[in-house]
Design a protein around this ligand. Structure first.
Ligand code: GSH
Length: 214
């Protein structure tokens, strides 16, 4: 049994897309991170910081997006989304999987918050170095780590999509647009987006927000 703890339009959306790409059976438990009063305290027994995503697979709980992504892609090798141990692309695969959470996410968040900081004081370094690294990588590869889609793309592309189109912090450059277009062309990307949107629309927070905007 595979249970996915998720909140729509959040950092768990990349995991949602990955689950769709894997083509496995799973059930979704909606953790309403925007609920008045916050996430129920008992969710801490699954995710100690009460954040999404988390998964529970045959009684094993896994938290943290990079760990979940690694775990799922390895647990369902038939989908072919993870280079096997021993494959030379396993190194870049793990590097970029962790980079998405350890460098990309905090560097973008710091920029979105307008933080001024000494780059050597934080493990994620400067926003400019991060953008240059992602740009270099995507300029020479169709996908995050080469010429084929892997689980990393679900994490990198969802991060770029959110921070470019929604947060409007990531720079709008052709190389990023072209990469997103390739990802958004994928049937599983489109089906996951539709399901995520339907979940968002059933959430009191977004119902109120869209009613107020109307
Ligand atoms: N380090 C966690 C972070 C996940 C995270 O930041 N999740 C956000 C979703 S946008 C969350 O659950 N926020 C709810 C809250 O902080 O109350 C991971 O990578 O899995």
């Amino acid at each position: 049994m595979l249970k996915f703890y998720h909140a729509p339009w959040s950092r768990s959306s990349g995991t949602f897309w990955l689950l769709e790409e894997l083509g496995v059976d799973y059930e979704i438990e909606h953790v309403d991170i925007r609920a008045e009063g916050g996430v129920p305290e008992d969710y801490r027994s699954i995710q100690p910081n009460k954040k999404v995503p988390a998964i529970e697979h045959d009684g094993i709980v896994v938290t943290e997006r990079a760990a979940i992504c690694t775990y799922l892609a390895d647990a369902f090798p038939q989908a072919g989304l993870a280079p096997a141990i021993g494959d030379p692309s396993r190194g870049p695969y793990l590097t970029w999987l962790v980079y998405c959470d350890a460098v990309f996410d905090p560097a973008v968040a710091a920029r979105a918050q307008g933080w001024e900081y000494r780059c050597s004081a934080f493990s994620f370094g400067s926003f400019e170095d991060m953008v240059a690294n992602v740009e270099k990588q995507l300029s020479r590869n169709e996908y995050a780590i080469g010429d084929r889609f892997t689980a990393v793309d679900t994490q990198l592309a969802s991060g770029i999509h959110y921070t470019l189109d929604v947060l409007k912090v990531f720079p709008d450059r052709p190389v990023f647009r072209d990469y997103l277009a390739r990802m958004q062309d994928r049937p599983k990307f489109r089906s996951f987006m539709e399901k995520d949107q339907a979940m968002a629309m059933a959430t009191p927070f977004f119902q109120k927000q869209f009613a107020d905007d109307a």
